[in-house]
Design a protein around this ligand. Sequence first.
Ligand SMILES: Cc1ncc(COP(=O)(O)O)c(C=O)c1O
Length: 436
Amino acid sequence: MRNPKIKNLWHPCSQMKDYEEFPPIEIVKAEKEYLFLEDGKKLIDAISSWWCKSLGHAHPEIKKAVSDQMEAFEHVILANTSNSLIRKLSKKLASFSPGLDKVFYGGDGSTAVEIAVKMALHANVIKGCPDKNQFMALKNGYHGETILTLALSDLGLYKDPYRGLMQEIQYIRVPYVNTTDDPLWSNCGKMWSKIEQSLDAVADKLCGIVFEPVVQGAGGMLIYSADFLKRLSQWCSKKNVYLIADEIMTGMGRTGKALACEHAGIEPDIACLSKGLTSGWFPFSAVLTSSDMYELFYDDYETHKAFMHSNTYTGNALSAAAALASIKIYERDGVFKNVEENFPKFFNTFKDMTSQTDVFTNIRGIGAVVAADLILPEKLKGKRAGYMVYHEAVKAGALLRPLGNTVYWMPPLNISDEALENLKEITVIAVKKVFQ
Ligand SMILES: Cc1ncc(COP(=O)(O)O)c(C=O)c1O
């Protein structure tokens, strides 16, 4: 029977009919790594509310920064106006990677990728090579929900119905690893020559390559070789192809670095940040690029070189306040370094869960992301095992939201040891319920 509570609301990324059987979870409050429900129960937010609540919910310092800013102004058009807050944030973001010292703002992750792609394409038009206008992306990559970002994404589940509106994109093969200990992580030489051949074939027409550095999120929490990125970056600079890092999920400490590109020791031409940038307080994104890129667009108005991208909420002041406060906490508390140092404990806890359940393969992890794939027994073949695990986990006390049959944890970066231990026990209970 249809849920009478869902009269007007159409939930994202959901088959609404599923809610007949298992209604949406009613949230009344959220604090730190916990979601509090109307029936008095609490759930561990094991996926940081779609990977963005990096400092957990309701962080008091971010709350204070946002409410202080609210006293001054909440939003003023950023074309033709400026303020000290947005300049301070830009200066801070420009310090993350020495060559990325110009910052353009967007409203959400998808918009940031759109901005980056438009900027690269426009740059080639200004440079007089408008026919160097193709883009490539990585196999299994995901870059957002707008038509352009879906076109770049290699995930049929999200893009198939809309293909009629999309250009065909070629995808680059990716050398996957489970951890940084895999020799492929630091040397993918054997696979590279074939990959290079496929790139060389289209180099003349290629404007840019868009990629999620080191971890592909929606594609199934897939980790890949840092050496591959290094080689890709070298190839791009040789062939004048823009390297566009979609750091929306990986950036701001998720892999233990400010930018995940650091794992490969590379600097992209453009990097997109969102999610953890405000610790998930507001829809907000930043596109970082170089002075060289900026200078291409800098000229008299009549030359029509200006980058005219103009989202209403660009540079929103409340978001900027949340971003600055988040970065202050990341830096003061050494959050990114803690992620790196805590990885063995985090990964071992996850591995412990997999050995207690004994139904997982491809156990993988980096930073504060761990994942593994369910091996389905005969009785579960053709069933939505991951979705069933989600049900059981909610009943047992955690919001886990497997991607297909991939179970992953991506909790707030500052999750407590106690919550992590509970998350392990809850995951074991949920998986056993479904598999036994
Ligand atoms: C790597 C990556 N790029 C882009 C996006 C899109 O961001 P948004 O949902 O804010 O548009 C996401 C969202 O999950 C993402 O993980």
